[in-house]
Design a protein around this ligand. Structure first.
Ligand code: AN7
Length: 393
């Protein structure tokens, strides 16, 4: 096992404390690669993330039962969108309600292995909720840096409940990220669990394995939201490893979606630009309110190499898609997670028969997002007549 820099192609020995490339002026995120022993993966047993133990960089230590989420065939929505087999891989079914748990169970094992006294992350909410839960279970201190006033209530409640030390940073996510990277560079006992951490991302690649096992092969396309772009990078890596192992025949097109006013990766992809940054990103999908995504090079590679695509959706389209998915298929997701559905509602995918949308977080994470929704919630006298009126309305 070794570390590889996706920007300058340099290789480094396995080192759990090395997150970014140490080459002068590079500082790009690294990825975990495996030597030949990786090819001898035997029979896989159990369920969830740790079913794939032979393909992960550590042994299981702290688990809450992450992974193994439902892959739901959505026939009604699929018919509407002209997709014969549309699936929703619902990551809201993870223990803390988001896909972050897949990575955190692996990341916390590394933190324990290096004897860290605390774990830390900057977060738009879900990473902090997940890290706080796994740190609690591991008996470690959790330090979370949140953009002040911009984290959904459900996520904040989780960090509070699990006893994290919470810093509300005056600034946006990108400012918080810069600060936590600085902290982890100066405090060796503090282990960084953002998606800059290549080991954490190894856990997130297991989503690709689960999808391939469930469908018998990779889908034609996989659509998901992009924020810091750790997830698209990890899942694309997973599809490639699965194919290299001879367990699938093909690779999917990777399709990344961002909110219109927080879309640095879409812009870089379209304009083939050499930088990736948006000042003052804005969206009500606060999970992906990110202007300087650390994993942008990996994301662009996934989009280009998979012959995929990237696009934006407006906040209004996000909210409509969120409610539509909940009403037509019974799957309630947070705004960021509705971006793939919003994208498919306005852009047809040519020749895509089997499509998987990854819904990254549960709808209860951000109950305020529904505050503007038109609702049938009448106050009535406790009488049958009044009730019948509502039923027949
Ligand atoms: C629901 O928690 O960045 O592209 O700090 O919470 O891997 O960053 C969350 C991101 C999509 C984007 N959907 O994933 C954080 C954080 C939801 C999310 C994303 C996030 P990446």
């Amino acid at each position: 096992m070794f570390l590889h820099c996706v920007a300058c192609d340099e290789r480094y020995k396995r080192d759990p404390m090395l997150y970014a490339c140490p080459a002068a002026g590079c500082e790009s995120p690294l990825e975990v690669l495996y030597d030949k022993e990786y090819a001898k993966v035997g029979k896989l047993t159990g369920e969830g993330v740790w079913r794939y133990q032979p393909l992960l960089p550590v042994k299981k230590s702290v688990t809450l039962g992450e992974g193994g989420t439902g892959l739901h065939l959505c026939e009604r929505l699929g018919r509407e969108l002209g997709i014969p087999r549309l699936f929703v891989k619902n990551e809201g079914e993870n223990p803390t309600g988001s896909f972050k748990d897949r990575g955190m169970t692996v990341g916390i094992a590394l933190a324990q292995a290096v004897g860290a006294r605390a774990v830390a992350c900057a977060s738009t909410g879900n990473t902090s909720a997940s890290m706080a839960a796994y740190a609690a279970r591991a008996g470690m201190t959790a330090l979370v840096l949140l953009p002040a006033g911009k984290v959904a209530m459900g996520k904040l409640s989780q960090a509070i409940a699990h006893g994290a030390r919470i810093a509300q940073v005056e600034g946006n996510f990108d400012d918080a990220m810069r600060l936590v990277v600085e902290l982890s560079a100066h405090e060796r006992g503090v282990y960084l669990l953002n998606s800059l951490n290549p080991y954490r991302l190894e856990g997130q690649k297991t989503l690709a394995f689960e999808v391939c096992e469930a469908l018998g092969d990779a889908p034609d396309a996989l659509v998901l939201p992009m924020g810091n772009a750790g997830n698209i990078s990890a899942i694309w890596k997973g599809f490639n490893e699965w194919k290299r192992l001879g367990r699938s025949r093909r690779l999917p097109r990777m399709i990344g979606v961002q909110a219109e006013k927080a879309a640095p990766i879409v812009r870089t992809f379209r304009e083939q630009a050499d930088a990736c940054r948006v000042e003052n990103p804005e969206t009500l999908a606060t999970a992906i309110r990110i202007g300087a995504p650390v994993n942008w090079r990996k994301a662009i590679a996934a989009l280009v190499d998979s012959k995929g695509d990237a696009g934006t959706v407006t906040d209004r389209e996000i909210l409509e898609a969120q409610r539509h998915l909940a009403k037509t298929e019974g799957i309630f997701v947070e705004p960021a997670s509705a971006t793939p559905i919003a994208f498919l509602r306005k852009r047809r995918l040519k020749g895509a028969h089997t499509v998987v949308c990854v819904t990254t977080g549960h709808g209860l994470k951000d109950p305020d997002a529904l505050s503007g929704a038109p609702v049938e919630m009448r106050r009535i006298k406790p009488s049958l007549a009044a009730l019948r009126k509502l039923l027949d309305a």
